[in-house]
Design a binder for this molecule. Structure first.
Ligand code: PMP
Length: 422
């Protein structure tokens, strides 16, 4: 049962399906509710049928300052008058680079790109070049982009290529280990001397927002040092979100390379690869990374405006308070309606699901939750004006305040009442 109508969205979708496969421009959008949005403003989305939504998806994370943040968009609009890309340097690049490195804190060099996917590839390539080794370690349940060597799914607990047409042998480059399991990593290093890099999502936002156990990231750091492997933090979600300096700051562990995206540019498409000068300068010594649109004027303007805003008015305490209260309310409302809603993760990026309330520490334990049931419940949430991801992640932004909290609690209450009736 839904309380909103989507007649125009449905008509739009029909037309879209004739124009682009499945009507959407990313396979991630194929499943789940289909809504055509007119615009976003702050923590709200407005669709073409006149419905509004409190948004806890934030475009999969980028809109940390809320949609169409005036502090960012005004700067982008102004600077875009210069043009976009010139095939050389432009006047905003150094400011964006300096601000970025100063904000991240530990890195000495940065290269800007467009997507997390490509920046992850550059990181892996650099690590191989630097070590002369071929393989890398990653953890079950992480996501590092959609290319052949990193795209996986899990079938009956076994890791498989996720796409038809994917060259499965590219996955032979990888040792997959359970997250939060130091012994497994020690064993991998003991058995293999070809590990160029360990790549890790410091918080597994792509898998139930699983947090690192105390000391886990320190141990990963220690083992990489001992065995001469490059430690890559995939901070595409955590960067600028879990703290101004990302997970490296929050957990006090410094990687050799890190990849950023999403929240770094107020919703504009920018990614970054950052690291030590010794590693990064290999990009002038035979390791290739390129891109027509890298470090465009609008991209640099968006980075400058976003990071300036985050530094001048850090929203992290407010976000933490909002997210923390919301996590508690979700649990309480679920219990009041007899719906087994469980939440875990960080207030700024947490995971909600149906099922066993125990904390999930690694990917395999996800079997204890009812993924399909929750995805269906998300359709009910959308019908009640809450926009969230079917896979369970909830992102909180600087634009979520008291009004949004009241709205989401009210709407969640109605949605759960509808859920218990079916
Ligand atoms: N790494 C992580 C941790 C991600 O969550 C994502 C995207 N969700 C990517 C890489 C890929 O980024 P993009 O979608 O910008 O290619």
């Amino acid at each position: 049962m839904t309380s909103t109508t989507h007649t125009r969205s449905a008509r739009f979708d029909l037309r879209a399906r004739d124009l682009t496969p499945g009507g959407v421009h990313s396979n991630v959008r194929l499943g789940g509710p289909r809504v055509c949005f007119d615009r976003g403003e702050g923590a709200w989305l407005y669709d073409i049928d006149g419905n509004d939504y409190v948004d806890y998806l934030l475009g999969q994370g980028p809109s940390l300052l809320g949609h169409a943040a005036p502090a960012v968009n005004a700067v982008v609009a102004r600077e875009a008058r210069r043009g976009s890309v010139f095939g050389s340097q432009h006047v905003l690049e150094n400011e964006a680079g300096e601000l970025f490195l100063d904000t991240v804190g530990w890195a000495e060099r940065v290269r800007f790109g467009l997507t997390g996917t490509e920046a992850d590839q550059a990181a892996l390539r650099l690590a191989r070049a630097a070590t002369g080794r071929t393989k890398f370690v990653r953890f079950e349940g992480t996501y590092h982009g959609w290319l052949d060597n990193v795209l996986v799914t899990s079938v009956d607990g076994r890791i498989r290529p996720a796409s038809a047409g994917q060259l499965a042998h590219h996955l032979d480059e990888t040792y997959f280990l359970p997250y939060n399991d130091v012994a497994a990593l020690e064993k991998a290093f003991a058995n293999h001397d070809d590990i160029a890099a360990v790549i890790v999502e410091p918080v597994m936002c792509n898998s139930a927002a699983i947090q690192p156990r105390d000391g886990f990231l320190d141990e990963v750091r220690r083992l990489c040092d001992r065995h001469g492997s490059v430690l890559i933090f995939d901070e595409v979600i955590t960067g600028f979100r879990v703290a101004l300096g990302g997970a490296a700051e929050k957990y006090g562990v410094t990687p050799d390379l890190a990849v950023y995206g999403k929240a770094m540019a107020g919703g504009w498409p920018v990614s970054a690869l950052a690291g030590s000068a010794a590693l990064m300068d290999q990009l002038t010594a035979g390791v290739v990374h390129s891109g027509t649109f890298n470090s465009s004027v609008p991209a640099c303007a968006a980075v400058i405006a976003t990071l300036t805003e985050l530094r001048q008015a850090p929203p992290y305490e407010r976000i933490e308070a909002h997210g923390g209260t919301l996590m508690r309310k979700i649990g309480e409302l679920g219990a009041a309606h007899g719906v087994p809603l469980r939440v875990q993760g960080l207030p700024v990026a947490f995971h909600a699901s149906f099922g066993d309330p125990r904390t999930i520490h690694h990917h395999a334990e996800l079997e204890a939750i009812d993924t399909a049931g929750y995805a269906k419940f998300v359709e009910v949430l959308v019908g009640h004006g809450i926009w969230v991801a079917p896979r369970g992640i909830w992102y909180v932004s600087a634009a979520h305040g008291e009004r949004e909290l009241n709205a989401v609690v009210d709407r969640l209450d109605s949605a759960l009442a509808a859920e218990t009736r079916v």
